[in-house]
Design a protein around this ligand. Structure first.
Ligand code: OOG
Ligand code: NI
Length: 433
């Protein structure tokens, strides 16, 4: 019997990502301006590719565990898997999150889009009446249309989608993340939800989990930041993450402040002026080397020095080697091991590295940073967020909602490092030590 001609999940994601970018540029014209800046900076750089500004990530927020499960199933069809657990409650944002992302180098190369996905924690809303009201409102909405859900089920049971099915699925998936210009709640309810937390209004008041930002990658985020200011975009005051370094590490991010978008509250007299909701923005990221748990601990310590002691960024990070060989030798960064082409005897990886038979190259960090994420949330949501350090974080709860385990980012980098070491040693004829 003929094997069905399925479209690969990576191809589905690539087409979904292109559609999402076009949709968001149309919905938030300032994002289109940011994307143009990123593309211009990229084109001006030495060795500039004409790849333009490809989105590396976006973000959505869902309201219930059932919605989390639904988007997880939708993302699985496009080759996105939950990686990393981010608890934002201790930093004042009532959500916990994961990133649905491609997990292999091949998949990332075909299309790098990942979606930072946050589940609202209504348990952190203090007023019990408002909490119950919000839960009831969420219980009455359907974020994935029945025809789209049928295609998700088809992909799950058949093992893939035909070209025609894939096209319909992509259109249906894009509909899930559109902006709804009409709220599902009246103006008074909107104001009450806003009073609890801007994020509560953002998640509960509308018809679905509208995409709240998209994020192209830049090889020079400082230039993009300067260019945003020069062109009058309302840029965030500071870049999140580590300072500029010779060897980039982890992730640096900046954004422009959320725009105020008109919407009509439920039951509103169309003659009255619309309300405005301020939640959606544009972001830029620059990625560097993935750090080991030891490297990450050192990063967190540098960040704490920066925040608590008010040190200048470069001073706070002075204790962090800014040389990849040193980072690797100190066990702070993961490495991909690549044969140099030189032959010679070596009994171990360390010896092959010392003799220059194998080189260690950075592995790009593909995940997120909770402190940075909180900074991004905060600059686009509200001024005064109440920290909730006592809230119990629960990866198990988020996994139960998703319906599968969340993958550990460190384990993924470790596996890449180990596989490359084995391949490099085999290529040298060393075998595994
Ligand atoms: C997600 C914020 C986190 C990032 O880049 O760290 C994030 C959100 O605002 O929903 O996207
Ligand atoms: Ni982001």
């Amino acid at each position: 019997s003929a094997v069905p001609d399925f479209v690969s999940p990576d191809q589905i994601r690539a087409r979904f990502a292109a559609g999402l970018s076009a949709l968001y540029r149309a919905e938030v014209p300032l994002y289109a301006a940011l994307r143009d800046i990123v593309a211009a900076v990229e084109a001006e750089m030495a060795g500039g590719s004409d790849g333009g500004a490809v989105e590396r990530h976006g973000a959505i927020r869902v309201g219930t565990p059932d919605e989390m499960r639904l988007v997880a199933r939708l993302f699985a069809v496009m080759g996105l898997h939950p990686v990393g657990y981010y608890d934002l409650a201790p930093v004042g944002v009532p959500v916990h999150s994961t990133a649905f992302r491609p997990i292999t180098a091949e998949a990332l190369a075909i299309n790098p889009l990942r979606v930072f996905t946050s589940l609202l924690r209504l348990d952190l809303v203090e007023d019990p009446a408002l909490r119950a009201e919000a839960a009831a409102i969420l219980a009455r909405r359907t974020i994935v249309a029945p025809a789209t859900l049928a295609l998700v089920e088809r992909a799950e049971t058949a093992g893939g989608l035909t070209p025609g099915e894939a096209e319909a699925f992509i259109a249906g998936a894009l509909d899930v993340f559109r902006w709804h210009g009409t709220a599902r709640v009246d103006a008074a309810t909107y104001q009450r939800l806003l009073g609890a937390h801007r994020l509560v209004a953002d998640v509960v008041a509308f018809g679905g989990p509208h995409i709240n930002h998209l994020t192209p990658h830049s090889r020079d985020i400082d230039r993009v930041q300067a260019e945003m200011a020069a062109r009058g975009l309302p840029a965030k005051a500071t870049i999140e993450g580590p300072p500029r370094r010779r060897v980039p590490i982890l992730l640096r991010q900046t954004s422009f402040s959320a725009v105020a978008e008109a919407f009509v509250p439920a039951g509103a007299d169309p003659a009255t002026a619309p309300l405005r909701h301020t939640a959606r923005f544009g972001e830029v990221e620059q990625r560097g080397a993935a750090l080991t748990p030891a490297g990450r601990a050192r990063y967190d310590a540098c960040l704490a020095a920066l925040r608590e002691e008010g040190a200048a960024p470069e001073a706070a990070f002075a204790a962090f080697p800014d040389d990849f060989a040193a980072l690797h030798a100190a066990g702070l960064a993961y490495a991909r091991y690549v044969p140099t082409g030189r032959a010679g005897p070596a009994a171990s990886l360390a010896e092959a590295l010392a003799r220059g038979l194998i080189t260690a190259e950075p592995i790009t960090y593909e995940d997120f940073l909770p402190v940075s994420a909180a900074g991004i949330f905060r600059s686009n949501l509200a001024e005064a967020d109440q920290a909730n350090a006592t809230a119990v974080s629960s990866q198990a709860e988020l996994e139960a909602a998703i319906g599968r385990p969340i993958l550990d980012p460190f384990a993924l980098y470790q596996a890449i490092a180990e596989a490359s070491a084995a391949a490099a040693l085999t290529a040298l004829g060393c075998g595994l030590a």
